[in-house]
Ligand binder design. Structure first.
Ligand SMILES: [Zn+2]
Length: 135
């Protein structure tokens, strides 16, 4: 418990200077602890303000979330993680505009995703050539 200023004054008045000094030291120690705690709380508050700020700028363009402000656009971020637990998890890009979340393992396809078919891969053409040789 933090010593009260009033109690220290009482000790000084009684001439109990050693006890008063001890109480003053306790008071100093408590003040230092409070200062440290205050700094930690300020840091935490600052981080939370950044998170809130980030969430306010979170914009959903299906199927992703983006962090947008006047002059920047960051992302994309996972819709599943953001809507379920409020986490902004950056998606990892794979080939063919496929995106993957390393947190929930959900996959997304972007607007430039193209479904492959056999002819595009050249397999169809190769197969036809093989059959032509036998005819
Ligand atoms: Zn996710």
């Amino acid at each position: 418990m933090i010593p009260r200023y009033k109690d220290i004054i009482e000790l000084v008045k009684k001439g109990a200077t050693v006890e008063a000094q001890e109480k003053i030291l306790e008071l100093r120690e408590a003040a230092l602890e409070l200062q440290e705690e205050n700094m930690q709380l300020k840091e935490e508050l600052s981080k939370l303000k950044q998170v809130i700020n980030k969430k306010e700028n979170m914009v959903y363009h299906a199927p992703f979330y983006w962090i947008e402000d006047e002059d920047s656009k960051d992302g994309p971020f996972c819709q599943n993680c953001f809507d379920s637990v409020g986490k902004s998890i950056r998606l990892q890009k794979n080939d063919n505009d496929c995106w993957n979340c390393l947190n929930c393992n959900k996959s997304y396809t972007g607007p430039n995703f193209k479904e492959h078919n056999i002819e595009e891969l050249g397999i169809g053409i190769g197969m036809n050539n093989i059959f032509e040789d036998y005819i």
